[in-house]
Design a protein around this ligand. Structure first.
Ligand SMILES: [Zn+2]
Ligand SMILES: [Zn+2]
Length: 294
């Protein structure tokens, strides 16, 4: 059994500290063994910021310093006939049921978890080791929340997530591993940009305020169907091709191509028909249509 306090930075229970206490006439802190109840143990383990070792039930101990006073029974209490309560100090403090440690005064600064968000930002700073804003303002809070969320999120097929150039990047690869859809969230202002084949796309949501926003945008962009061009061998896609098909328009669903390519296709077909009506033929030499007059 370990007599040392499990909390990082705490010296209670260490031989040197016990010696020092004795020398200074200080009573040693009461040590509490980690609970054997699985759920309570999990709460303790979650609460104590220690990653190098698992908290072992019934073996590792945590000292009284880490528990809120409301969790500590320091006295035997007896109700007297007149209604008053008589308190007799216990030799050994008893921990109340469901007590969870929450006070960690000697932790290295970055591990102090007053609020989870502060801890998260601290961890992020270590992880990135660069310029995530020092302030705990809304932008970096949201950004860090998003990072955490995206890292653990189950993405749609063929999507990946990465942190690049201080931005959160979501990308979608086609079967040739070509990056065809991309969502970028900047950490400066949480601005959001969507690219389809390197073309910046206008979308209604341009700033991310919560995790729901990114889920919606991801769904929307995932639903974009890539424009296949005009669908005619010797008629390449329009220079103004939108690169994707907006499925909101029923007409485009039928055509399965973007409005620009649909226009170009129609124009090509029409001119073909006109040339046929006027007895034009368009034999092909390579990819170049050569028009001859009969
Ligand atoms: Zn301790
Ligand atoms: Zn197109």
């Amino acid at each position: 059994m370990s007599r040392n306090c499990f909390v990082p930075g705490c010296r209670e229970g260490y031989k040197s500290k016990i010696k020092l206490n004795k020398w200074q006439g200080i009573i040693n802190k009461t040590m509490f063994k980690a609970p054997k109840d699985v759920l309570l143990l999990e709460k303790w383990a979650k609460a104590i910021p220690r990653a190098d070792r698992e908290l072992r039930p019934g073996i590792d101990s945590v000292c009284e310093k880490h528990f809120d006073e409301t969790y500590l029974n320091r006295y035997f209490e007896t109700k007297l006939p007149d209604g008053s309560i008589n308190q007799i100090k216990r030799d050994r403090i008893v921990l109340k049921n469901n007590a969870v440690p929450s006070i960690f005064p000697d932790l290295p600064k970055y591990l102090t978890r007053k609020r989870p968000i502060e801890k998260m930002i601290a961890e992020k700073k270590i992880l990135f080791n660069d310029n995530i804003s020092n302030t705990t303002d809304h932008v970096s809070e949201t950004f860090n929340n998003l990072y955490d969320h995206l890292k653990n999120m189950e993405l749609p097929d063929e999507w990946f997530f990465t942190y690049l150039h201080r931005s959160l990047v979501l990308g979608n690869l086609d079967s040739n591993y070509e990056l065809i859809k991309k969502i970028i969230i900047s950490n400066n202002d949480l601005n959001l940009k969507v690219f389809i084949k390197n073309k910046l796309i206008n979308i209604t949501c341009t700033s991310i305020t919560c995790i729901e926003d990114i889920t919606k945008v991801l769904k929307k962009v995932d639903d974009f169907v890539m424009c296949p061009g005009t669908g005619i061998d010797n008629c390449p896609k329009s220079d103004q091709c939108c690169e994707y098909i907006n499925l909101i328009s029923l007409n485009q669903v039928r055509n399965q191509r973007c409005s620009e390519c649909a226009k170009k296709r129609k124009y090509f077909m029409d001119s073909q028909r006109v040339s046929q009506e006027h007895n034009y033929t368009t034999p092909l030499i390579g990819n170049i249509a050569v028009t001859t007059y009969k």
